[in-house]
Design a protein around this ligand. Structure first.
Ligand code: E4P
Length: 218
């Protein structure tokens, strides 16, 4: 399972990239606004921090303008992945861009039928939003399960990018189902390493090691 960081915070991305655990980055207009930085400038910087895909989202709602924006965005770097909303115009843009070899992430997916359309449009990634689905009284994991089933039925190559991931259980369940990627806030990625018994084990080993009076580094 690939891990993407869902952020436009370059310090966090740099820190995660240095662990070797980061496979890409997703941004959206809200995350860009939160960064307080220029969209083009911050996206370029992020593209230099990871070799993996970096999703940069168009903000136009019509196909023609989406294509123009995508043209600007894809010039930023080779690893830019154009993010389009799951609308008919977004799907049309997805089809046009992927036919040209450009990576496309179809975002704001809230139903399996929408995901089916994204795959038919040749999307590189589809982003079902788990947390926002849960927030509205639906079962986000059920959505991932349905998409996995449908994509496997037809051997679609579109990767399922589990998005709007809020906690470790979303990651675990997505991995169980076989989502190809999970994009999550850096704090969720880091929290995956936490376990109370790991902390307790380290504490015990350190205490016993101290009793030996030895040191590995001379
Ligand atoms: C996905 O690409 C989105 O940026 C993201 O996962 C949205 O998550 P949120 O619902 O926590 O804002």
């Amino acid at each position: 399972m690939k891990f993407f960081a869902d952020t436009a915070d370059t310090a966090d991305i740099k820190e995660l990239a240095e662990t070797g655990l980061l496979d890409g980055v997703t941004t959206n207009p809200s995350l860009i606004a939160k960064s307080g930085r220029d969209f083009m400038e911050v996206t370029k910087e992020i593209c230099g921090l990871t070799e993996g895909p970096v999703s940069a989202e168009v903000v136009a709602l019509d196909h023609e303008t989406m294509m123009k924006e995508a043209e600007v965005l894809r010039k930023i770097a080779d690893n830019v992945c154009i993010k389009v909303p799951l609308t008919i115009d977004g799907l049309k843009t997805c089809k046009a861009l992927t036919s040209d070899g450009t990576m496309v992430n179809v975002t704001l997916c809230f139903s399996a039928n929408q995901a089916l359309l994204a795959a038919k449009a040749g999307a590189t990634f589809v982003s079902p939003f788990i947390g926002r689905h849960d927030d509205n009284g639906f079962d986000g994991m059920e959505l991932i399960r349905d998409i996995r089933l449908i994509y496997d039925n037809y051997m679609f190559e579109t990767e399922i990018l589990a998005a709007s991931v809020r906690h470790a259980t979303h990651v675990l369940e997505s991995a169980r189902i076989g989502a190809d990627v999970a994009t999550m806030p850096p704090k969720v990625i880091k929290a995956l390493a936490n376990h109370v018994l790991t902390d307790k084990g380290i504490e015990g080993f350190m205490a016993d090691w101290a009793k030996t009076g030895q040191s590995i580094l001379k």
